[in-house]
Design a binder for this molecule. Structure first.
Ligand code: UD1
Ligand code: UDP
Length: 362
């Protein structure tokens, strides 16, 4: 029995191909949801629209400071693993749920398989960097998206059980990007395909410091005016709370430059990426999807653990708040031919992961 520990939106999306592949092979899988994400638009919508089975257990840990959140997860995961008796625990990515899952599995002597292993930003101010590195140290199987992560793990002395398999995000995009959306979808937002820019941001480095947040929103507003475009902005709850706390929600909601919406379902979000002029984001998953869908991507960060997207030619890092520089970066990206390669595999990552897990008798 494989236990899959997950807790947040990107983990649900990136584990979906693994869960579907295991179900197709009649392999027993138990999904243990930490409850790190719980708002329906970050959680339930993905189980429903990606046609995933209900989690066997949900620990409902909710939001709190990281120490309380991780320890509450750990206290819940121990009895969960004791009940499920998994032969291995699979975790995906770098969230607090991943760290808690890895620590408890390690203490209970259960082998850990880490999906999307070996990513490094070398930025220890990010909560995710410590989560990734510690999980890498504890895992027995490391499923790396590209050869870059295999080399990064090698530098840390991790050479056993390392497999370059691609990223399940390609499997997910291939499966869901052409699924139909409701008629009048673009009109509902007052946008036309090809004429808007999709914006998402939720990283503490962009939204937690009120000054940075204000400057960034102002910069985006000026850039939208110059480019004659609007930002379609599905707002993460963390970001909504921060924009409200600086008193700017109504200003931007009523202003001409942003269309603010609740977070959207995966099929909608893929359609919005496909038909955007460009994507501006600090999301890890969206950097990958924009690469796969051949949409220009400007990453609102000073670093990325996905440098392959930059080398491929479809992504630029941008961390300033200067509108003229932003406009020129977007124009530079838009001028590039949309023919860059996809470094993240062929959409058969879930099959490869399951094949390897089976050879290990997990
Ligand atoms: C978490 C992950 C991040 C990942 C992101 C995906 C960590 C350290 N961070 O960030 O790596 O990129 O998920 O979206 O694990 N909130 C809600 N409803 C929810 C969840 C959160 O309203 O369902 C609000 C709460 O106010 C909460 C805040 O968002 O305090 C932040 O939530 P949290 O799970 O701590 O981090 P994310 O920013 O979601
Ligand atoms: N996503 C979504 N709806 C949204 C915003 C994002 O379905 O409103 C998807 C997106 O397509 C990607 C994933 O959520 O697959 C990324 O999640 P997020 O940006 O929260 O986390 P990260 O990838 O940065 O860890």
């Amino acid at each position: 029995m494989l236990a899959i520990v997950l807790g947040t939106r990107p983990e649900i999306i990136k584990c979906a191909p693994i869960i579907h592949e295991a179900m197709a092979r009649d392999l027993p899988v138990s999904i243990i949801h930490t409850g790190q994400h719980y708002t329906p638009e970050l959680d339930e919508i993905f189980f429903r629209t990606l046609r995933l089975p209900e989690p066997r257990m949900n620990l409902h840990v909710g939001s709190s400071d990281p120490i309380k959140q991780i320890t509450t997860m750990m206290q819940g995961l121990q009895p969960a693993f004791a009940r499920v008796q998994p032969s291995a625990v699979l975790v995906q990515g770098d969230t607090n749920s991943v760290l808690a899952g890895a620590l408890v599995a390690h203490k209970m002597n259960i082998p850990i398989a880490h999906l999307e292993a070996g990513l490094r930003s070398d930025d220890w101010s990010m909560p995710e960097e410590g989560n990734r590195v510690i999980t890498g140290m504890l895992a027995e199987l490391h499923f790396c998206p590209t050869d870059l992560q295999r080399r990064r793990l090698g530098v840390e002395g991790i050479v056993e059980g390392v497999h370059v398999v691609g990223n399940t995000i390609v499997d997910a995009v291939q499966h869901y990007a052409d699924q139909p959306i409701s008629p009048g979808f673009f009109e509902k937002f007052g946008i036309e395909p090809g004429r808007y820019i999709l914006l998402t941001m939720h990283r503490p480095s962009n939204v937690d410091d009120p000054d940075r947040l204000r400057r960034l929103l102002e910069c985006l507003t000026r850039a939208a005016e110059t480019l004659g475009t609007r930002f379609l902005f599905p707002v993460h709850p963390r970001t909504e709370a921060r924009i409200r706390s600086v008193g700017l929600w109504e200003t931007y909601e009523q202003g001409p430059s942003f269309i603010l919406t609740k977070p959207l379902g995966y099929i909608e979000l893929l359609q919005l990426q496909k038909h955007a002029r460009a994507v501006l984001t600090d999301s890890g998953g969206i950097q990958e999807e924009a690469n796969i869908l051949h949409v220009p991507c400007l990453t609102l960060r000073s670093n990325t653990e996905r440098p392959e997207t930059i080398e491929a030619g479809g992504n630029i890092l941008f961390y300033e708040t200067n509108p003229a520089a932003l406009v020129s970066s977007i124009r530079e990206l838009e001028a590039r031919p949309r023919t860059w390669p996809c470094p993240f595999g062929d959409g058969k990552t879930a099959k490869r992961v399951l094949d390897i897990l089976l050879t290990k008798k997990f």
